[in-house]
Design a protein around this ligand. Sequence first.
Ligand SMILES: [Zn+2]
Length: 166
Amino acid sequence: MALVGRTLTVECPCPGTPHESDAVEYRRVLPLAGGMAAITAMRDATLGAFGKFDNLRLAEHLFPVYLAHAIDAWTFTGEDGKPLALDAADAALPFETKYLIADAADDLFGEEVTRPLALMIEKGLRAGLTARSTSRKKPSGRSPRSRSARSSPKSSATETSEPLIA
Ligand SMILES: [Zn+2]
């Protein structure tokens, strides 16, 4: 029940409990498809939830990605005693085992997949803040027609000074 290097040891969940324990070997690197799927999963988990990041919701999206992409090999066997195919895990392994596998994968790859997402969020927030502060500077109570002049920052100053000149 421990992650040592890239190998996780778990209690044997195989039919008939033929092993003393089972070993899960993680990939040395996360495949690009897995990394992108992880980023998408994290985005889905955080959409509309800025300020209250929900770890459980993140795991709901992210853990299946780990199960599908992070594993290189394992010792699990199926009903027939033959090695369990990697893509057959979700239907064959008990939830607890899958959870432990994904949780350990998060220890190995979590930071790697979080870093690019953090950069994206930072960029997005910066862009959002810029847009918001710009719109806040706009004078209120202007007619809808004057919105077409928005692209030129000088236009509002011209508009307000016109009555003074007249
Ligand atoms: Zn086993």
